[in-house]
Design a protein around this ligand. Structure first.
Ligand code: ADP
Ligand code: GLC
Length: 489
């Protein structure tokens, strides 16, 4: 049987360009699919970090868009170390900038994000249409989040489409909303401006466009797939998602077993695994020293690595921080995002030197050292499509305290409720409920035999991409086998 040809279109990819979990997924899922025989290539903008990492990349195509207002751009081919082909979309005026993929150095959205990700979406659709000049032609365009959400719409509205499309929702909160004028700037015509097209409450929504026009919709956990079809969690898209419920499924993320492996992690001062946990204590001591925390092995160390946004529920921490410090306990926090949350954490650090350590910013090596050095990991998210950090903490023998939502509910089992328990789960999004769960975790931590069992349950769980990748491969086959190219909603 011929391998299915899939173009995985993404706005970020680890280890080169990453602001959150989408980067991790884009770095790890394509190689896992290739291991199963899926012929997958990744389309990603040629940001400075990628231009630097792959100076030898060769031009393989030039995007021609007669009539379109988007510029002509080039596609360069490179290969990741594992062999995954990377198709780098080159248009320096859009992508060769300092800052992250979405924000300028001042922390504001780039004003031309609709054009930057419109071009990415358009390039994906072009590769999946008769117009492409490439020899390799994808049968499926696998889109990810709003940044590539316009690709299914382009496939729908422009002539010559041959590929089918799938969109994976990593986060429904980011909907890619732009004014009406964007319609024309993006080369779409007036017929697309309606409730069954790209229009969403007076805006053009990239995400809605993808959800409306893709042949299949996935999201990154079964629980989140159910949640987003409810009014409470659907962020205004639930009606559409319910309509499309027959072509919507949840596939949990995996983790990259090489990048996130405490037995080989180059960022750690000491390595360890489930059979030999001794190195974990050395990581805790080193982390305490690195962050200026009191060097005391008998204080439970609570770790947080997160984008600091409303989604992550970290505003629940400051109100209970004093009570938790009095348990006693220590905190190691790494994060960046909302200025108010950053300020609250900075204040706690100033008030409790030696007990509450905060590093504001994005620091991948320190993220690894917190996963390894903390005793307990906190993830009190209000909503969490999948969440990778709780899985990293399971693998690193750092049982997580999580709220029962989305992928957290699908990966963490409460140790007080179940012998297979690998963490602690609470339900209400309140500071009191979080505090109670942390107190249960600390009580378990004080009982070494019990703690060892909880840790082992987490460390030995299969969190790899093997099974999720198998589910994606089966989905690709299923979508290709259905004859109608257009959704029948
Ligand atoms: P999300 O994608 O919603 O941010 P995930 O848990 O899926 O949440 O993934 C977050 C990823 O980003 C993880 O790999 C995590 O380690 C990383 N991360 C988040 N904030 C930081 C930070 N400040 N420094 C380093 N890594 C971070
Ligand atoms: C998003 C979600 C997170 C998920 C990640 C990767 O950023 O917030 O829960 O793990 O995407 O799918």
């Amino acid at each position: 049987m011929q391998a299915v040809k899939v173009l995985f279109a993404t706005s970020e990819i680890a280890p080169w360009v990453k602001t959150g979990g989408l980067g991790d997924v884009a770095g790890a899922l394509p190689p896992a699919l290739r291991a199963l025989g899926v012929d997958v290539r990744v389309l990603v903008p040629r940001y400075p970090a990628l231009a630097e990492a792959f100076p030898e990349a060769k031009e393989i195509a030039r995007l021609e868009q007669p009539g379109g207002l988007l510029p002509h751009a080039a596609i360069l081919e490179a290969h990741a170390a594992d062999g995954t082909p990377l198709w780098l979309l080159d248009y320096p005026a859009y992508y060769s900038r300092a800052g992250n993929p979405y924000l300028g150095p001042e922390g504001h959205d780039w004003l031309d994000n609709h054009l930057r990700f419109g071009l990415l979406s358009r390039a994906a659709a072009w590769l999946g249409s008769d117009a492409t000049t490439t020899v390799w032609r994808p049968e499926i365009i696998h889109c990810n989040d709003w940044q590539t959400g316009l690709a299914p719409a382009y496939l729908n509205y422009l002539p010559g489409a041959r590929a089918k499309s799938i969109i994976t929702v990593h986060n429904l909160a980011f909907q890619g909303l732009f004014g009406h004028a964007a319609l024309y700037e993006l080369g779409l015509d007036a017929t697309a401006w309606n409730i069954d097209g790209v229009e969403y409450y007076g805006y053009l929504s990239f995400l809605k466009s993808g959800l409306r026009h893709a042949d299949w919709i996935t999201t990154v956990s079964p629980s989140y797939a159910a949640e987003i079809q409810t009014e409470a969690e659907g962020m205004g898209m639930d009606g559409l998602l319910r309509t499309r419920g027959g072509v919507l499924s949840g596939i949990i993320n995996g983790i990259d077993p090489d990048t996130w492996n405490p037995a080989t992690d180059p960022h750690l001062p000491a390595r360890y695994d489930a059979a030999k946990l001794a190195g974990k204590a050395a990581n805790k001591a080193a982390l305490q020293a690195e962050l200026g925390l009191e060097p005391n092995p008998d204080l439970p160390l609570l770790g947080i690595v997160s984008r600091l946004t409303e989604q992550k529920g970290l505003d629940l921490v400051p109100p209970i921080a004093e009570a938790l410090l009095a348990l006693p306990a220590q905190f190691a926090v790494l994060g960046s995002g909302a200025k108010e949350i950053e300020a609250e954490f900075a204040l706690l650090a100033a008030q409790h030197p030696g007990r509450f350590a905060v590093r504001l910013g994005f620091d991948e090596p320190l993220a690894h050292r917190i996963e390894a050095g903390a005793d307990i990991f906190l993830m009190p998210s209000r909503f969490e499509p999948c969440g990778l950090n709780q899985m990293y903490s399971l693998r690193y023998g750092t049982p997580p305290v999580v709220r029962a939502t989305g992928g957290l509910a699908d990966t963490v089992i409460d140790a007080d409720a179940d012998k297979q328990g690998n963490g602690f789960v609470f339900t209400e999004a309140t500071a009191i409920a979080l505090q109670a769960a942390i107190e249960r975790a600390v009580a378990a931590w004080r009982k070494p035999a019990r703690w060892a069992r909880i840790r082992k349950n987490g460390m030995t769980r299969d969190l790899s991409w093997a099974e999720p990748a198998r589910q994606y491969a089966a989905l690709y086959a299923r979508v290709l086998a259905t004859s109608a190219r257009k959704p029948t909603t």
